[in-house]
Design a protein around this ligand. Structure first.
Ligand SMILES: [Zn+2]
Ligand SMILES: [Zn+2]
Length: 123
């Protein structure tokens, strides 16, 4: 039988404070989880009190130590200098430079370490 009205169920999602989440967890905005709620208003999710960030999004501790662009440039510069130094002053190994094989190996190790740093910093 036909009903006089078509009924549609409406779902409302309400965001609520989760006491088990961890008050001290750090958001992308740099402030703690509990700062994103209003303790005077039954922990209403009003957003961060310090900066107005509305969506709490956890940042992991590693990312929290974001290296400034200028610091990366300094490291890049230093790495370039080291590379130039190594290519200018450390002789290649060969039959006439047997005495320098040790230095050459040390250079290889150093270059590998530099590559590791570059990959880590994504430069
Ligand atoms: Zn935030
Ligand atoms: Zn904030």
């Amino acid at each position: 039988m036909e009903k006089p009205y078509i009924e549609i169920k409406k779902v409302t999602i309400i965001r609520k404070y989760n006491p088990n989440y961890g008050d001290g967890r750090i958001c992308k905005c740099g402030h703690t989880y509990y700062r994103h709620f209003d303790s005077c208003e039954d922990n209403y999710p009003c957003g961060c009190k310090y900066c107005g960030c509305y969506d709490f999004e956890e940042i992991n501790q590693q990312k929290n130590k974001i290296i400034e662009e200028s610091e990366i440039l300094l490291v890049k510069e230093l790495i370039d200098k080291i590379r130039v130094f190594l290519s200018d002053y450390v002789p290649s190994p060969g039959p006439f430079f047997k005495w320098s094989n040790e230095y050459y190996e040390a250079t290889e190790v150093l270059l590998k370490e530099i590559t590791k740093i570059e990959n880590k910093l994504n430069i």
